[in-house]
Write a protein that binds this ligand. Sequence first.
Ligand code: SF4
Ligand code: SF4
Length: 325
Amino acid sequence: MEPFHLARQGKLGKQFVVVYEGSIADERLNDENGGYWVGLGTRMVDGESQPFPTADMLKEMSPYAAAVIAIGTCATWGGIPAAAGNVTGSMGLMDFLGEDYRSTFGLPVVNIPGCAPQGDNFTETVAAILMFLQGIGPLPEFDSLGRPAWLFTDTVHTTCTRGGFYEEGTFAKKYGDKECLVEIGCWGPVVQCNINKRGAINHVGGCMNVGAPCIGCTMPGFPDNFSPFYTKPPGTIVSSTVSKTTGYFIRNLRRFSMMYANRSVIWNKNNHVPSGWGHVEEASTLQKVSHYFYSKIQFHNSVRPGMKSKPHHAAQKKTEEIKQQ
Ligand code: SF4
Ligand code: SF4
């Protein structure tokens, strides 16, 4: 424990960084009963060895630290211990140290939330801060809540592997379904978290990738603002209704284009798909007509592959312009 005590007294003689996990219970609530919530080492009180409250250790060490980093949603925002009914007065580091807190390098508290926090987010941020403290790297960008901006600006939804289902208006009805999970409780569209992109461990897993709706565990409002878990968020009434309506048309238009994308030039010419796996429907007259106009638009400014006719007027004009220059 000696380095801890030297650090809190400003006598360590070296720069150090405080990394704190867990919410901080309000030890003032114990003033009358003489107890404590969480201890780190011991100290002598009235000639007796008593637990040293972790909160006191943190309060005394922080002014001498080169940086203070909160890891996990409990340490950043208070988390589950600070939810409604909070009997211990638990809070996050920002609340505990106050908005005027600055490290010896002038940094406010750095916050890396998550319950549990994504490991690479933590190591990457620590590495970036250490390089800054060593003078061999710039100060990374943080948002107004002290989160690494490059990790926590985008929402879960923007990088979700199920985003295409949302856009086409198809939604999971039960756990295990492959579609978007918003109707069974996913808050991803309003939650800042990168786990879908980064994976849970070694780039593998991540909530939606393994079938779990987002319950907002990285957010300051977690858990109360996202409860009751596993029920449809109210915003879904508008957003998924719109997706269902527009998605229905878009989905069917895409299936139509996909039908032609699934045909080779030879099959189109022979008007037949020679598959031994099953019968492939030929395009109807309406579909052929639609595809004709679709192709017209597709090759409007370019030459259709295999065409022997003159280059398209626009392309020819462009060639002439280049010649004249
Ligand atoms: S599962 Fe959630 S995050 Fe993914 S697309 Fe649906 S609403 Fe968005
Ligand atoms: S996707 Fe949601 S529940 Fe999952 S880690 Fe991110 S914030 Fe937490």
